[in-house]
Design a protein around this ligand. Structure first.
Ligand code: ARG
Length: 389
């Protein structure tokens, strides 16, 4: 029998994949990645074995996820279509990387994922597979198997002694990790329908959020958030804390039509309290400390970085070169930003840094003005000159 490693979630699809592969001559090692989805991992492991896996790996990847994926994307200012913090997209190359490492250690011949043929995730997994382990076979059962409906899959699962939850299935397809949550399908497939309140679990409805604003101070060191209200936190705890604080005020809800890599448009709803706060705060700090040309250049690079991440091109030369640029740019972005959270809004109301480029003497309209207005006439004349004739 050939050995393969499967990215296993404990859901119906990836559970059915295990006996399905066995029928085709593959023994499966299940790999469960803990990226903060909050599942009961000992139950997930048991289910993998019950479904027929030879062995199960479960790795806590949360810290690596925040430090090596979420923070670089934050430093890059990467927001797909200007809105999506890429929480799901960032987790895929990480999961795929560890899957390949396990496959190599286990001398497996193949890599298996449970993605459909319509989504972005298949591309993110497979690009990492193909770059890190070009010799390995890739199998995507959900794209090719015989089951047409969920009911058929459940029948198959029962026949194979896979425990099937009798609870009514949620109409939504949900992906959660420690950074944020993505929700699609069900009524959300109607772009005109407002997302029902039930899809939101990380953020309160702004209507019932506190009637008093909350001020939060976030300290950054070279573009990395390190403290909340003066207290240092480790990366995962910092994100979890900001998700709680922001969520309490209904911050971080996103509703958008998204251009998928495979060419279709889809309606996506996200909850990202921490990501929303951090992107808003860091970009304001940048405005304080970066020169104008760097800021303008960075905005273009951010756009590209978001596309590369969304499109599964994380492990590529350009993305790595951009990381090096952002590291350089962020040598200056140390300082503190004060945000005000209120009824779904996150407003930056204060920023300070030892490396601030803001010079009060140049900006002021009051006493102490050092700006030499006599130079302005010549400046104005030359500025318009090329267009005048
Ligand atoms: N559209 C988002 C993305 O491509 C979220 C995908 C969520 N995946 C899921 N299985 N619900 O990153």
């Amino acid at each position: 029998m050939k050995k393969v490693v499967l990215a296993y979630s404990g859901g119906l699809d990836t559970s059915c994949i295990i006996p399905w592969l066995k029928e085709r001559g593959f023994e499966t090692i299940a790999f469960v990645a803990d990226v903060g989805q909050g599942d009961d991992f000992s139950a997930v492991k048991k289910k993998a074995l019950k479904s027929g896996a030879e062995k199960v790996y479960c790795l806590n990847l949360q810290e690596e996820f925040i430090k090596e994926y979420v923070f670089p994307a934050l430093k890059a200012g990467a927001l797909y279509q200007g809105k999506y913090v890429l929480a799901c997209a960032l987790s895929r190359p990480l999961i795929a990387k560890h899957q390949v490492l396990i496959a190599k250690k286990e001398k497996a011949q193949g890599l298996v994922h449970g993605c459909t043929g319509k989504g972005n995730d298949q591309v993110r997994f497979e690009t990492t597979f193909r770059l890190m382990a070009p010799e390995m076979e890739i199998i995507a059962p959900v794209r090719i198997w015989e089951f047409k409906t969920r009911e058929e899959e459940i029948e198959y699962a029962k026949a194979k002694n896979i425990p099937v939850k009798v609870t009514k299935k949620s109409p939504y397809s949900i992906d959660t990790n420690v950074y944020g949550k993505a929700i699609e399908c069900g009524i959300l497939e109607d772009p005109w329908a407002e997302p029902p309140e039930e899809v939101f679990t990380l953020s309160k409805n702004p209507l019932t959020a506190p009637n008093k604003p909350e001020y939060v101070e976030i300290e950054f060191a070279k573009g990395i958030p390190t403290k909340i209200n003066g207290i240092s936190y480790k990366p995962v705890t910092l994100i979890t804390k900001l998700n709680e604080i922001g969520g309490k005020h209904g911050v971080g809800r996103v509703d958008m039509i998204e251009n998928r890599l495979v060419g279709i448009k889809s309606r996506e709803v996200y909850e990202n309290p921490a990501g929303t706060i951090l992107h808003a705060a860091l970009s304001e700090l940048e405005a304080l400390v970066l020169d104008r040309e760097t800021m303008q250049y960075k905005a273009r690079a951010s756009h590209k970085y978001a596309e590369l991440t969304y499109n599964g091109l994380w492990e590529t030369p350009l993305k790595k070169q951009l990381d090096a640029q952002f590291d350089q740019i962020h040598l200056r972005t140390s300082g503190t930003v004060r945000v005000k959270l209120f009824k779904g809004n996150c407003l930056v109301v204060g920023r300070k840094s030892k490396l601030s480029r803001y010079k009060k003497a140049m900006a002021t309209y009051s006493a102490g003005d050092k700006f030499d207005q006599s130079k302005a006439e010549g400046f104005n004349a030359l500025w318009a000159m090329p267009f005048k004739e």
